[in-house]
Unconditional design. Structure first.
Ligand code: 5GP
Length: 118
């Protein structure tokens, strides 16, 4: 399946729908999840068109890969979650429970995150 340019995060990246921005640079955008599951729940997404982590790891440049990874740590720090610990998670595809087909890392924190898999 190819990248769907009409997914909700593509629209956020184009500025067609708003988001509560946490961080942005040339490669990455981070914003609060609309339906937070923990005190801190932020999404970190690449600006490039990648549907999931596998697509990203196959097609993205090394710079994009480095920048997305560094942004996860930076955003956790910005949110005050880094020192206490947090969970960075990405869902992939149908069995993985991915709902939005644009790669995103969830950052959960600010409290105990709980069981890894339910
Ligand atoms: P997934 O299940 O694909 O890993 O996670 C998708 C996440 O996107 C969900 O946590 C959901 O709450 C969030 N989400 C869906 N639509 C929007 C939106 O329009 N704005 C924001 N900020 N988050 C959204």
């Amino acid at each position: 399946m190819s990248y769907d340019k009409n997914n909700i995060f593509a629209k956020i990246l184009r500025g067609e729908i708003p988001c509560k921005k946490v961080f942005e640079n040339d490669y990455v955008l981070a914003f609060h999840d609309i339906n937070p599951q923990k005190k801190v729940h932020v999404l970190v997404i690449p600006k490039g068109e990648y549907k999931d982590l596998d697509d990203f790891n196959i097609k993205a440049s090394e710079k994009e890969i480095v920048e997305l990874n560094k942004a996860v740590t930076h955003v956790a720090d910005l949110m005050g979650a880094k020192d206490r610990g947090y969970r960075a998670l990405t869902n992939i595809g149908s069995d993985g429970g991915q709902e939005v087909p644009h790669l995103h890392f969830h950052i959960f924190g600010g409290e105990k995150v709980g069981k890894m898999v339910s």
